[in-house]
Design a protein around this ligand. Structure first.
Ligand SMILES: NC(=O)c1ccc[n+]([C@@H]2O[C@H](COP(=O)([O-])OP(=O)(O)OC[C@H]3O[C@@H](n4cnc5c(N)ncnc54)[C@H](O)[C@@H]3O)[C@@H](O)[C@H]2O)c1
Length: 249
């Protein structure tokens, strides 16, 4: 018996990276997983690996019609949704002066407008399921600043705030909404960085997608008194600067 037997979960950006690990973790607990992504080949292959009711859904999170159509199909075929993981995201590199307006807007569209559309579209389904959980994948970049990724930082801080508003609005319906804040995780998104990127962290390594997935699973299945809350897995970065204070100096 899994802890999510007979539950339907949508994972956006579920075709690869952190989303794929989350889809596998939810599926291993018995959930029927809708792998919602624009990458059709990868999404279809992953859904086939999960239980036989799990499926790939072609979903562009920036497109309201895509959400409405995708939710209608999901409910018709699988029933109401109990878990929504807003994971789809893109990075955008460049200082404020380098990043183009088009790129800034794209990052905000996918990383912030996407989850906003997802939550408002899926909330009625979560109500029909009798309550549920939304997990928004923000970032360490939603808790601190980073030079060179302004649009990304803005999108992830925005998602952190939106999570709290959604938590307040949906609590009366038995729907919890939390944000998860990973530090550097080894995926396609960070493929351009070598180990020197993480060597100054207290835990000097990249995190693995499965570590994020276990945190998401904890939020969904165990954190039953948490809503509007932030779950951080950052290798200790927010613990502070690695300065050694010596009383002799
Ligand atoms: N990798 C990290 O270090 C890290 C750290 C903190 C937060 N995150 C966040 O975790 C999430 C997953 O990132 P990842 O590292 O697995 O990256 P990834 O690039 O491997 O995966 C992102 C997924 O999102 C999908 N996607 C992109 N745009 C989409 C759209 N418009 N509609 C639907 N799907 C779309 C992609 O097709 C891909 O499958 C992102 O929100 C990212 O910002 C990543």
């Amino acid at each position: 018996m899994g802890r999510l037997d007979e539950r339907v979960a949508i994972v956006t950006g579920g075709a690869r990276g952190i989303g794929a690990a989350v889809a596998r973790a939810l599926g291993a607990e018995g959930a029927t997983v809708v792998v919602a992504d624009i990458l059709d080949a990868e999404g279809t292959a992953l859904a086939a690996e999960l239980d036989n009711r799990s499926r790939h859904l072609h979903l562009d999170v920036t497109d309201e019609h895509s959400w409405q159509k995708g939710l209608a199909e999901t409910e018709r075929e699988l029933g109401p949704v109990s878990v929504l993981v807003n994971n789809a995201g893109v990075a955008g590199w460049g200082t404020m002066e380098e990043e183009s307006l088009a790129q800034f807007r794209r990052v905000i569209d996918v990383n912030l407008q996407g989850p906003w559309l997802g939550m408002r579209t899926v909330a009625p389904s979560l109500r029909r399921a009798g309550g549920g959980v939304i997990v928004n994948i923000s970032s360490l970049a939603g808790l601190t600043g980073y030079a060179g990724v302004g649009g990304y930082v803005a999108s992830k801080w925005g998602l952190r705030g939106l999570t709290k508003t959604a938590a307040l609005e949906l609590a009366p319906d038995g729907i919890r909404v939390c944000s998860v804040h990973p530090g550097a995780i080894r995926t396609t998104m960070t493929a351009g960085f070598d180990d020197s990127f993480v060597s100054a962290q207290p835990l000097p390594r990249f995190g693995e997608p499965e570590e994020v997935a276990r945190t998401v699973l904890f939020v969904v299945t165990e954190a039953t008194f948490s809503t509007g809350s932030e779950f951080v897995l950052d290798g200790g970065v927010l613990a502070g600067a690695p300065t050694v204070l010596d009383a002799d100096h």
